[in-house]
Design a protein around this ligand. Sequence first.
Ligand SMILES: [Zn+2]
Length: 137
Amino acid sequence: MSRLDPDPLDREVLLAFWKVHILHHASKGPVYGLWLVQELAEHGYRLNPGTLYPVLDRMERNGWLLSERAREDHIRSRRSYTITAEGHAVLDRLRGFVEELHREVSERAERKRSAPKGRAPVQTAPTRARATGRPRA
Ligand SMILES: [Zn+2]
């Protein structure tokens, strides 16, 4: 898959998951691009630095991260990324959405697994109350 033709799943969905991971890890301490590539690979996400760095740049432009070059390394300085106060606020909001999403998606899977044998699980439309339920901040 070339960089000009990214996987639609990456572009439409996983890109957002990576950002949640990045903010989460940056909230624990400064992070580096290559470390993030390895960390995301452990979660099963395959992305190369050429994909990650533009994401980090956009997150910095949004004011969620602050990058800094390590001064002691003159030859090939690594850039470290630190979360900002705004990044923390964004992460807090995202946590609510992630919890809500996880609750609903894993609940659906559970219901399907526990459906009586020999009968297709009954699909019901989500109730209005649940569909409009918002995660707490
Ligand atoms: Zn992670």
